[in-house]
Design a binder for this molecule. Structure first.
Ligand code: SF4
Length: 333
């Protein structure tokens, strides 16, 4: 197969070639994972980047994303407005204490108001004074140029806005905004020198061609960071009864994404515990990044298990520190 070697030698494989590889079940998933591992090792060695999410505003969303427990159709879920500065700051302190590289401040909703952007910006400035090495990722929804400028000035390093699915399948997933709305926000961030983070959710009924299209869309966007979510079906949502992922299928997807986007930070994100189950560590052969702690409205596994998984694999946390504190392996996030 020698896929990794060909890719490292600069060969550009086409969509058709990747589709053929992905669909060919004579190509064993573990062999594909080994090819992905060669690329992961080439660019990241055995380092694992850690990310932590703060759900800074929950529910109260007018959008109808079919996978989301915070959509307008899910009235019974927990709802609260944007949390205060102290709460966001204390999350940053927890992140620092656990040697998390990137702290992700996430807001529900179509997009932030100017007032909300001001609040986040003031808070990020204060976080950067206390923890200059902590990267800040904002995930606030659809934004405009002015808002992006303010976030950049405040010290926001990265902005997450997922494409979620392929352009073709987008309108099956959500109808209250377009695929282009999403890619426009990513472009605005890039224009303002904010590192683009954009990823996908698998298991919503997408075809194999959609999978390849998503991987290539992110390659074209040149997303620095690619979170791969596996649908964790939430009762009452449009995709609440979906059940099309298996642990091996998840591994094949992560391997494929590494092969198409060899040098990027690829994160196994929401739904990893319930979909990969006991095979989670194998996914780190292709991915080099995880979330530690809970997701937005679904729980993650205890963080002690994440640190153990990394250590048991012989991998190590990717964290630059200018002091001698050691991360807390046991205290809960
Ligand atoms: S994903 Fe975001 S925009 Fe979509 S329904 Fe959920 S909170 Fe709203």
């Amino acid at each position: 197969m020698k896929l990794a070697e060909r890719i490292l030698n600069g060969e550009d494989l086409t969509k058709a070639e990747f589709l053929q590889i992905y669909e060919n079940h004579n190509i064993d998933t573990l062999d594909l994972l080994n090819e992905a591992y060669q690329l992961r090792k080439h660019y990241y060695g055995k380092k694992v980047k850690l990310n932590m999410i703060l759900n800074a505003k929950s529910g109260i969303c007018p959008e109808n994303c079919g996978y989301c427990g915070q959509s307008r159709d899910m009235k019974e879920k927990e709802r609260y407005r944007l949390v205060d500065k102290d709460q966001i700051m204390s999350g940053a302190k927890v992140a620092h204490e656990h040697h998390i590289g990137t702290y992700c401040i996430v807001m529900s909703g179509r997009g932030p108001s100017d007032k909300e952007v001001d609040h986040i910006s003031h808070t990020v400035k204060a976080i950067k004074e206390n923890h200059p090495q902590l990267k800040i990722c904002a995930c606030l929804g659809l934004t405009n140029e002015e808002q992006a400028k303010k976030l950049k000035q405040a010290g926001v390093d990265r902005y997450n806005h997922n494409i979620n699915t392929s352009e073709r399948y987008h309108d099956t997933v959500v109808t209250t905004h377009t695929y282009k709305d999403r890619t426009d926000t990513i472009e605005i961030m890039k224009n303002n020198n904010i590192s683009p983070c954009s990823g996908v959710i698998f298991g919503m009924g997408e075809t194999n061609q959609d999978v390849i299209d998503m991987a290539f869309a992110l390659k074209e966007i040149d997303a620095d960071s690619i979170p791969i979510n596996f649908l964790h079906p939430i009762k009452g949502t449009k995709f609440g009864n979906m059940n099309e992922l298996t642990p091996m299928k998840c591994l094949r997807l992560v391997a494929l994404f590494r092969l198409v986007n060899p040098s990027k930070e690829i994160r196994i994100a929401g739904g990893r515990e319930v979909n990969l189950r006991a095979l989670q560590p194998l996914a780190l052969k292709a991915a080099n990044s995880i979330f530690v702690g809970d997701y937005l409205i679904t729980g993650g596994q205890p963080n002690k298990l994440d640190y153990e998984m990394i250590e048991d694999l012989g991998f190590e946390v990717d964290f630059q520190t200018d002091d001698n504190d050691s991360y807390e392996q046991t205290s809960e996030i």
